[in-house]
Design a protein around this ligand. Structure first.
Ligand SMILES: Nc1ncnc2c1ncn2[C@@H]1O[C@H](COP(=O)(O)OP(=O)(O)O)[C@@H](O)[C@H]1O
Ligand SMILES: [Mg+2]
Length: 500
């Protein structure tokens, strides 16, 4: 099915890429068949000298920023795939700056009034100029009628139409790539394009960002390593988000680190522990923790803004992460190997001892060097590279986690050059292990599983017609097994508790 408009946009996009030598980059020339090589050379000639400035990742980042919000999101997601493109390319791409000139405050005010369905004065006593502007939205400094200072984020006018057009072009491009570029198959272009489109669409509804901020605010308040600004729900709509103004100075301002009374080592630890405990303890994390989104106050308080990207880890991934970190902290490679096999990440036909040996190759160099020199996110990347040799398929959630860890580590080290990420992570990881792998927690989990099964049974017995679920025999069989094991363990745990 031909979509002429989408093809037109694609051609224009291809030319923008070519102008930055990001379409057929010179660095990959040796891999092209002769006609493609000639085409690449011609494009570079037409594009002129500027095409050759910088590394491929930097050139691609420049081109994507010109191409607009969907392309920017594409770049941000591609930069998480260091496992495919290598760390230097991913790092260059991840520095892509989504900053544009703002649109007039008048238009923003009109957008806010449309969202509130009332004149702006009913909510705000002041509504100032934009303080920051990006491809999807911009933020304004404002004051509520009760005097509280707030930040109001407003979507760009008509951005939905633009995103829809670009999404159609991207979907088309993905089809072409899937068909004609066999080397790209590992990335699964069609699924990847859908992820990009979906992620952009989600960011076009600021009510979701409000909910992300609210949820993470609750989670962060539990251990106090980090805080989120309060959501002003009266000022939230699809196109508008109102948050309390974050206290302190943005970390992107170099003066922030010179604040009197600032405890830099604690600040760095708080940042890392905040991230790890969000991911491990709660399975939900702020996935865009760069300096521009972090505000600091003396002695070591951090407030994070910008909840457009929230990462989630299921119980299995959390357990996997805690156990590999624990394994590496204790240098217990057979244990880390065991975790991979048990989780089914590595197919069972591989040799566990050989896999443990590969893990040792990742872990041991870590412990020969000063801890401040060893990057946890690099260890994870290497781990992912090695696991690829053992046919491990990476879960996208873990890739986003690894990428956020890379950002967090970089920021922590700029706050405190001696930051020891392993020492900072240790208490959070051990707390998790002690809680989740201790017998009471296991008994609780089994009890919960048996309860779920009982509930399921009850529903089935009550259902007048057999439901589809009844037909899935393997589940039913293992369900009974779990029920008995659960009952046995729960009973045992109670007995032990009574005896003790
Ligand atoms: N609650 C807030 N308090 C203070 N400044 C804020 C707040 N929210 C946003 N900002 C400022 O506006 C900038 C852009 O907002 P952000 O939510 O990060 O949007 P984007 O997704 O475009 O990065 C932030 O980097 C920060 O400087
Ligand atoms: Mg931001």
């Amino acid at each position: 099915m031909a979509r002429p408009a989408a093809y037109g946009r694609l051609l224009a996009a291809a030319w923008t890429l070519a102008r930055h030598d990001a379409l057929l980059p010179v660095e990959l020339e040796a891999q092209y068949p002769p006609p493609i090589r000639d085409l690449g050379r011609t494009l570079r000639l037409l594009a002129g000298k500027q095409a050759r400035d910088g590394r491929p990742g930097e050139r691609l980042a420049r081109a994507l920023v010109q191409l607009g919000p969907v392309a920017i999101k594409l770049g941000q997601l591609l930069s998480t795939r260091a496992d495919i493109f290598g760390a230097p390319f991913a790092e260059d791409l991840s520095r892509l700056k989504d900053r544009l000139p703002p649109f007039p405050a008048e238009i923003a005010r009109a957008q806010v009034e449309a969202a509130l369905g009332a004149p702006i004065e009913t909510q705000f006593s002041e509504f100032g100029e934009a303080v920051a502007a990006a491809s999807l939205a911009q933020a304004h400094d404002a004051r509520l009628r009760d005097g509280r200072r707030v930040a109001v984020k407003v979507l760009r006018p008509n951005i939905g139409v633009r995103v829809a057009q670009d999404s159609a072009a991207l979907a088309q491009a993905a089809q072409l790539v899937a068909r004609y570029v066999p080397a790209a198959r590992r990335l699964e272009p069609l699924a990847f394009a859908q992820t990009v489109i979906r992620a952009t669409e989600l960011e076009l509804d600021l009510r979701l960002e409000a909910a992300g901020c609210d949820e993470l605010g609750e989670v962060m308040a539990r251990d106090g390593y980090m805080a989120a600004p309060a959501v002003i729900w009266e000022g939230v709509g699809k196109q508008v988000l109102t948050l309390e103004w974050a206290p302190g100075a943005p970390l992107s301002d170099p003066a922030a680190l010179e604040l009197p009374g600032l405890d830099r080592p604690t600040l760095a630890s708080n940042l890392l522990r905040a991230f790890l405990s969000q991911a491990l303890d709660h399975g939900v994390f702020h996935a865009d923790l760069h300096e521009g989104n972090l505000f600091v106050e003396a002695p070591a308080k951090i407030t994070a803004v910008d909840y457009g990207i929230v990462g989630r880890l299921g119980p299995d991934e959390r357990r996997y992460l805690a156990e590999i970190l624990w394994g590496f902290l204790d240098r217990d490679y057979p244990r880390v190997a065991e975790v991979h096999f048990r989780a089914g990440y590595v197919p069972a036909h591989h040799d566990r001892a050989a896999f443990a040996q590969a893990l040792r190759a990742v872990g041991e160099p870590v412990f020969g060097r000063a801890a401040s020199q060893v990057s946890m996110s690099r260890v994870l990347i290497q781990l992912f590279e090695i696991t690829a040799l053992f046919d491990m398929h990476l879960r996208p959630e873990l890739v986003l986690l690894q990428k956020t860890m890379m950002t967090v580590e970089g920021v922590a080290r700029r706050i405190d050059p001696d930051h020891d990420i392993w020492a900072a992570a240790d208490p959070v990881v051990r707390r998790w292990i002690a809680r989740e792998l201790a017998p009471p927690a296991q008994a609780k989990r089994l009890a919960q599983e048996s309860l779920d099964i009982l509930q399921g049974l009850k529903r089935r017995l009550q259902a007048p017609e057999p439901t589809v679920a009844v037909v899935t025999t393997p589940e039913r069989d293992s369900g009974w097994l779990w029920f008995f094991l659960g009952a046995l363990t729960t009973g045992g745990a109670f007995l032990l508790g009574a005896l003790a």
